[in-house]
Structure formats: C-alpha cells, structure tokens
Design a protein around this ligand. Structure first.
Ligand code: CA
Length: 518
C-alpha cells in the first residue's frame, strides 16, 4: 500500500512539473452559446477572446448558431432545457425570454458584487443597462452592455444636393417646401440627362422598414415612435402612437406621395441590394430623397446627399425618432450575457464576463482586437489599421466582422471614449446627423424606458404585441397603396382594442408609474 502511495506521489510530482498538463484538469470549462453572423470569423478564435480565457482562468467551449437558425433553435433550447452555461450576445436571449423561463437562470447580483467590479461601474454610469435586466423579484438576471460612440437619432434623412443645385432650388425646411421640391424632382430634369421622366423623387424600401422607407416621415406629423416600441409618453400618459390622428395623417400623406408619383411604387417589394445598387449607381444616384442610418448607404454617391432637416410639419414642430439610452445600451435586445442553472462554476463564469467590462477589453469587444483591427498610438489613442475594403468587401471598422457588432458585450468609460476611442467614419457621420436633429428630438419624458414586467404581464404583453405588430404591418402596406376611409380607420381602432390594446397600454403605464415614482 505504501509503495503504491509513493508511486502515486511520484507520479503527481512528475505531472506537476508539466504545469499546463496538470492545470488542464483544474481549469473550469464553460459552455457558451452565441448567435453568430455567418459572414464573420468565429469570435472564439480572435486574440481578445483567447486572452479573456487566460485572464479569467477558464476554457470556453463555444457553440455557434447562425442568426437565421437561432430563431427556431431558441424555442427548442428553451423548451428542452438542454442549456449552455452562458447565453452570450444581446440578440441571443432577451430579458422577456429570461422572465418566461426564469427557473433556468441564476440571479447575478451577488456574483457581480464579488467578481464584477467593472460591471458595477457601468451600472452606475448607465443605469438603463441594469434596469432593463432587473426582474420583478428585484434581481438582475442578465448583464447589459454599453456601445461606445452611439448616436441619439435613429434615422438620417438626406436630399440629393446635386439635383437641388441643378434645378437652382433651396434645401427645404418645412413639409410644404419639401412637397414642392419633390414635385420639381418629378417634373423637371433634376439629374440633367435630358430626360424629365427618369427621376425617382423618394427612393424607399418597404413601408414597414423602420429606417429606409416612409416610417422615417412619421415625426413630421408628430407620430414617431420611441425606437424600441410604438409608445410615446404624452403628458404622463403612455400613448400608442399608431392609434393617434397624427399617425393617420402620416399614412394619408404617404398615400398621396404614391398617387402623385413622388415615391417609387415598387418600394413595397424592392429588396435592399437593388436599392443600394440604385443609390450607388455609377451614373449618379436614382433617388432624390433617401432615409437611412447614414449616407454611407449611397456608396460612391454618398457626398451628393446632404442632411434634410425639416423643422415644421402640419402639426407644428417636426420630430425625428431618437432614443440615446436605447441606441447605446439596447438596440432591440438588452442582455449580453446570462448564466444558467447548468453552470457548475458561476464564479468563473462571472470572472470571464467581467473581463469585457474594462476600457481596453471593452474597446476590443466593440470593434475587434488590437493588432488585427486597431493599433494604439503613442498617446494611447486607438487607431484603425489600414482599410481593406477593396480586397475583403468589409471595412476594418465594420463592427460585425471582427466582433459581435450590434450584439456586443462590454463597455468603456465615458473618459476613455472621449479621449482614447474615436468614432469610426460611419459613427462620425452619424454624429453629424445628431447635430442637425438636436432640436428635432422629443424631451426625455417622451421616451418609454426599457422595462421588465411581472411574468403574467410580460406574457400577456408579448401575446398582444404579436397580434398588433401583424395588424400594423398589414394596414400600413394596405393604406399606403389604397388610401384609407373613415370606416377603415374606425374598424382598425376597434380591432386594436379587441386585440387588447388598452390592457397593453395599462401594463406599460403601471410599470412606468412605478419606475417614475408616480
Ligand atoms: Ca432626368
């Protein structure tokens, strides 16, 4: 027996000389599921993610599910209970998924208190990143994030300056002036090729597209939304914007655009790739007015498009949809990482998650690793390495390529962002849009903040929203093409009520009152 024991001891001694060999058994392994953009390299192979494993002393076993496949797989995973240790990326699991399956997830407050110093800092500076992931039991079940250099406005409206110049027209600043300009684009030879019939005054995508179509004009009638949902808060009352008279005015105006030939009739079916090709056409852009994220989308013709800043519509001030907290912390989904009951070592999981909430690591998580995407200059400022668009088809600053893009984890402090982390060229152009629209944004009171309800209310809200979203999509397409009668409008309002609109509003109003302490 003694002999065996000493043999074992000798063996252990030998093994411990091979440090890494012996260590491999001790390193906790974490199964991480991430919704993955099939165009990008797998993030686990990137330097910054490898360093995260080392720093946190963990081994990550990645499970990649492509964005398309995840839609179906998510419900399968949640129904089967065959869970990873960590759901990773903001478009993988939504707080409402967590709420509906709360028995699968562990509260993170104590772990953050112990191992999440950087996360705590983000919570203090950007409280919405915490509020959005706080469940009715008062505990946090998901770690939010903050995206650096994010704008306050959703949409940039641009007008073809070349066409204005060709026709000797001023940039319109009211809706009435805009109508006259669009009519001139339609009737005259705005592009100067000798043909007066080949101009498309507004070149748009589908009426239900949030940015690149008629939705962008809602604010001109004071019927715009909050970016994240269809609510606005008017005089303290949660208001469903698509049930307002202003919304009806907007869709009637859009139908008028179509009848007058001021917008491309094929916008209902036009696909994004064709739209982009038409905007970037080598013979000059086919469109006179576009609504987009930034004018980058006009490709080679981007400089022909200058910001359209409408100040006044039929109901007074013209607004643009905006929501700073939402665009910086949210973008449709809120939770960047959650830990499940399957995880055997939640401390290690939290150490690993917290790694990304540090200026340097947050910067790399945002856009890609140093050495591949960034170099750091002698003052500590992050600079993009040489662009490679011509050979690869993506820009070095395209955040969906060497990082999770809009699904990102992490944060950087305001000081770091301001002094060391300059915006990408696209973000710079987005700031120009913000600047132009700073007086076209509603007060903060108008914004419905991200919120989580109790489980029954949440389930009910999701159910009602599904029905209403479908109705909105159908009616917008129909009314845009065919116009709308009083009878149709009244039927629609009745249908909304039948679907539970008043209950839906009440759920939001009650929670908002709680949050605002009313
Ligand atoms: Ca022409």
């Amino acid at each position: 027996m003694k002999k065996i024991l000493s043999l074992v001891l000798a063996l252990m001694l030998v093994l411990s000389c091979f440090g890494s060999f012996a260590l491999a058994d001790d390193v906790p392994t974490l199964k991480v599921l991430v919704r993955h953009d099939p165009r990008s390299p797998k993030i686990g192979e990137l330097d910054n993610y490898k360093r995260a494993e080392e720093a946190a002393g963990v081994k990550i076993e990645w499970e990649y599910v492509t964005s398309d496949a995840w839609k179906e797989q998510k419900s399968l995973v949640l129904a089967s209970g065959d869970l990873p240790d960590i759901f990773f990326g903001t478009q993988t699991i939504h707080p409402s998924d967590i709420l509906s399956n709360i028995e699968y997830f562990i509260p993170l407050d104590d772990l953050v208190a112990e191992y999440g110093d950087q996360i705590q800092e983000m919570w203090e500076v950007y409280p919405s990143s915490k509020i959005a992931n706080t469940m009715p039991d008062g505990k946090v079940y998901g770690i939010g994030r903050y995206m650096p250099n994010r704008p306050a406005t959703l949409i940039g409206s641009y007008i073809n300056q070349k066409w204005l110049d060709n026709l000797g027209l001023e940039t319109p600043t009211t809706l009435e002036e805009l109508e006259q300009v669009l009519i001139a684009f339609r009737d005259l030879d705005a592009d100067g090729d000798g043909d007066t019939t080949d101009e498309v005054p507004i070149l748009a995508l589908s009426p239900s597209d949030g940015k690149r179509g008629i939705q962008a004009f809602r604010g001109y009638f004071q019927a715009e939304n909050c970016v994240e949902n269809e609510f606005g808060v008017i005089d303290g009352k949660v208001t469903f914007m698509p049930a307002t008279e202003e919304y009806r005015q907007w869709i009637e105006w859009c139908h008028w655009l179509l009848e007058e030939g001021l917008i491309n009739a094929d916008c209902v079916t036009l696909d994004r790739a064709t739209w982009t090709a038409m905007l970037g056409d080598a013979n000059g852009s086919a469109g006179g007015l576009i609504t987009t994220w930034t004018n980058d989308e006009a490709g080679a013709n981007m400089d022909d498009f200058t910001i359209l800043d409408i100040q006044e519509g039929p109901n007074g001030k013209a607004y643009m949809a905006g929501n700073k907290a939402n665009l910086a912390c949210g973008v449709s989904q809120w939770c960047a990482a959650s830990i499940t009951v399957n995880c055997k070592d939640p401390e290690a999981a939290m150490r690993w998650i917290n790694y990304f909430y540090d200026d340097a690591n947050g910067a790399e998580a945002a856009n890609g690793p140093v050495g591949l995407v960034y170099e750091i200059d002698e003052n500590g400022v992050y600079r993009f390495m040489e662009d490679q668009y011509e050979t690869t088809g993506y820009h070095i600053y395209d955040n969906w390529y060497y990082s999770l893009g809009d699904q990102n984890i992490g944060w950087v402090s305001p000081e770091f962002e301001k002094n060391y982390f300059p915006p990408t060229p696209i973000e710079e152009r987005k700031y120009v849009v913000d600047q132009a629209y700073q007086d076209n944004l509603r007060d903060e009171d108008f914004i419905v903040p991200p919120m989580v309800f109790d489980r029954d209310s949440n389930d009910r809200a999701v159910e009602i929203k599904t029905d209403i979203d479908k109705l909105l999509k159908e009616t917008v397409a129909d009314w845009f093409v065919n116009g709308i009668t009083d009878e149709q409008w009244n039927d629609y309002l009745k249908q909304l009520d039948k679907m539970g609109l008043q209950e839906y509003i009440e759920i939001y109003q009650n929670r908002l009152d709680e949050i605002r302490g009313n």
